[in-house]
Ligand binder design. Structure first.
Ligand SMILES: [Cu+2]
Ligand SMILES: [Zn+2]
Length: 179
């Protein structure tokens, strides 16, 4: 029996190390956004970096740091306009190129920028990595993410309420810029 376990274990380790997160290529940075507090512009609350993968998909590495929200969660979405004026209101509603309902990432239907809730640790740090074919950086492409706004909300997305997820106030904002 011990011998069998010995044989199985390396197989499992191999499988888990082949997970998508270990395969992400971060050589080709194609877009990024700096997220700033809507209350105090100039105070950094996070970043999003977008990398082109060999298969054409785009990977986003998003980092959030909001000490006031330590041990909590914040909702994040891509919004329509790349204008953080009026405390983020100028970004208008959720970016929705595929004309779907608001929802949860990975469980269609959902908006192509419904990143969702990001949990923050005791220092207020959180991270999410998403790889998708729903995004493009090509001008004229319906899925072009360049010049979209990214909003960090002070509440939690219920993944149900239309069209916003009832995610609370806009506490952070940034604009996706081409690199
Ligand atoms: Cu939002
Ligand atoms: Zn949405």
């Amino acid at each position: 029996m011990k011998f069998f376990l010995f044989l199985l274990l390396p197989g499992f380790l191999l499988l888990s190390s082949c997970g998508s997160s270990s395969k992400i290529n971060t050589k080709n940075l194609i877009a990024s956004a700096q997220l700033q507090s809507t209350a105090n512009t100039g105070i950094n609350v996070g970043s999003a970096d977008f990398y082109l993968q060999k298969d054409g998909q785009i990977t986003m590495v998003m980092k959030i740091n909001i000490k006031e929200k330590a041990n909590g969660s914040v909702a994040v979405h891509f919004h329509e306009h790349g204008d953080c004026g009026n405390k983020g209101d100028n970004t208008h509603g959720h970016w929705n190129p595929t004309k779907e309902n608001h929802g949860q990432w990975g469980k269609p239907p959902f908006h192509s920028g419904d990143i969702g809730n990001i949990s923050l640790d005791k220092n207020g740090n959180g991270k999410v990595v998403i790889t998708t074919d729903r995004w493009s950086v090509k001008e004229g492409n319906i899925n072009n993410i360049i010049s979209r706004g990214i909003i960090v909300h002070g509440g939690i997305d219920d993944y149900k309420t239309q069209p916003t997820g009832n995610s609370g106030p806009r506490i952070g904002c940034g604009v996706i810029e081409k690199r």
